[in-house]
Structure formats: structure tokens, C-alpha cells
Ligand binder design. Structure first.
Ligand code: AP5
Length: 217
């Protein structure tokens, strides 16, 4: 199964992707996570990406396309993959189509997760992320068992540098201008399904499963 989770920052792409990984035993390919790891390790790519990320802007297409091309060629993507946060521009979507064609693959499902702006802001400013394994929590909607500590690996939970209200507003504008056009892009390719991303994490997961399994959603 080759799936794209599309949606604005805070829509729940990462949360849903992590559940799907366990169910289908295929990897989550999150360009945000890969870039944050590069920033942490201070690789040349991470040093280049940091300024864009801190500002809430997109990292240039050639950087992220290269990351994804390398990642999708790895053996664990053979059975399928879940793209989370990629593509984010029409240029990235065109590049993805081309690279998948070269691998004899295509995208089967694009699930667009809709959540209104006020809820997105509440989710992002309350999000805490594990420094160790990258798992996301929410201080109200999805708290860890022990405050400030990851349930999974015991790592420290922190507020992402780009999760301030000011940067989040910028990220939402960037989404509207550069990523939202992908909704019609994938509708034209007849692979797009949109769902309401409000409600419990489990309810949203069920809606995604119905789509993947070919139901009406
Ligand atoms: P990235 O890390 O991809 O961030 P994003 O797309 O902005 O998405 P988020 O991780 O903020 O949100 P999400 O939808 O995964 O929500 P989550 O599940 O965590 O990108 C960061 C930066 O990297 C970009 O700004 C850019 O600079 C760069 N970048 C990355 N990819 C790029 C690309 N392709 N091109 C160029 N640049 C790129 O959930 C959010 C919160 O809500 C959590 O606290 C969660 O617990 C909670 N929550 C989830 N579901 C629910 C629910 N149903 N009800 C209540 N709360 C919920």
C-alpha cells in the first residue's frame, strides 16, 4: 500500500501514520522527522534546512525530493509506505510521480485530513514531542502517563521550535498557498479522499481504514 497523508500542520498526519505503521508493517516516511534528525546531527543538509524550518517556511524542493528518493529506494519500502508531510508543493508531487514510475510504483491513496484553523492552533501549541523517539503527545488530548516523559522510550518531551503560535500561523499560510493545491492535483488523479480530522484519534483511524480497504469512508 502506497499512501499519502495530506493535511495542514497539526491535522494529525504523524499521529495516524504511527498507528498505520503498526497495523500494516510498512514504514512512515516523514520528511519533517528526517529533517529534524539532520538538524539535530548538524549535517550539511540539516544546517541548510534549519533556517527555513524555524521560520515556518518550506525547505527547497530539491533538498526534500532527494531525501524521499533515497528513502523510498530502501528495501523496507518494498511492501509499501506512508508519506507524511510530503509532497508539499506541486513540484514535489510531480517529482514523486516520476520517481515512483521509475520504481514501477504509484500512489494508491491520498487521504486529506481537514481540521479548522482554531483547533489546529490549539493542537500545535499543546503538542509535546519526544526528544528520543519523536513520538507526539498533546498536553490535554493525548497526554503521557507521566508529565514530560515519553510513555514509549522514557525520553524527555519538548515543545518543537516551530510550534509557537506565531510560527504556526506562518506554517498555516504556507500550507494554504503551496500545499492545498495538491488537493485538486490528486483529485484529478482520482486517488484523493477527504475526511474530517476532528473527533477521537481512534475514530479518525477508522475513517482512514475504511478508505484503505476500499469502502465509502
Ligand atoms: P512537519 O514535521 O511535516 O510538520 P507539519 O506538516 O507542519 O505537521 P505537524 O507535524 O506539525 O502535524 P501533524 O499533522 O503530523 O500532526 P500530529 O499528528 O503531530 O514539517 C516541519 C517543517 O519541516 C516544515 O514547516 C518545513 O519547514 C519542513 N518540511 C517538512 N516536510 C517538507 C517538505 N515536504 N517540503 C518542504 N519542507 C518540508 O498532531 C498534532 C497534535 O494534535 C499532537 O499534539 C497530537 O497529539 C494532537 N492530535 C492528533 N490527532 C488529534 C485528534 N484527533 N484530536 C485531538 N488532538 C489530536
Amino acid at each position: 500500500m502506497n499512501l499519502i497523508l495530506l493535511g495542514p500542520p497539526g491535522a494529525g498526519k504523524g499521529t495516524q501514520a504511527k498507528i498505520l505503521v503498526k497495523k500494516f508493517d510498512i514504514p512512515q516516511v516523514s520528511t519533517g522527522d528526517i529533517l529534524r534528525a539532520a538538524v539535530k546531527d548538524q549535517t550539511p543538509m540539516g544546517i541548510r534546512a534549519k533556517g527555513y524550518m524555524d521560520e515556518g517556511a518550506l525547505v527547497p524542493d530539491e533538498v526534500v525530493v532527494g531525501i524521499v528518493e533515497e528513502r523510498l529506494a530502501k528495501p523496507d519500502c518494498g511492501k509499501g509506505f506512508i508519506l507524511d508531510g510530503f509532497p508539499r508543493t506541486v513540484g514535489q508531487a510531480d517529482a514523486l510521480k516520476k520517481m515512483l514510475a521509475g520504481l514501477g510504483k504509484s500512489i494508491e491513496h491520498v487521504v486529506s485530513i481537514d481540521v479548522d484553523k482554531e483547533e489546529l492552533l490549539e493542537r500545535i501549541t499543546g503538542r509535546r514531542t519526544c526528544r528520543g523517539c519523536g513520538r507526539g503527545y498533546h498536553i490535554v488530548f493525548d497526554p503521557p502517563h507521566v508529565q514530560g516523559t515519553c510513555d514509549g522510550c522514557g525520553g524527555e518531551l519538548y515543545l518543537r521550535e516551530d510550534d509557537s503560535e506565531e510560527t504556526m500561523r506562518k506554517r498555516l499560510d504556507v500550507y494554504e498557498q503551496q500545499t492545498a493545491p495538491l488537493i485538486s492535483y490528486y483529485a484529478d488523479e482520482s486517488v484523493l479522499r477527504s475526511i474530517q480530522g476532528t473527533g477521537s484519534i481512534e475514530d479518525i483511524q477508522q475513517k482512514i481504514l475504511v478508505i484503505i480497504k476500499g469502502g465509502k469512508g
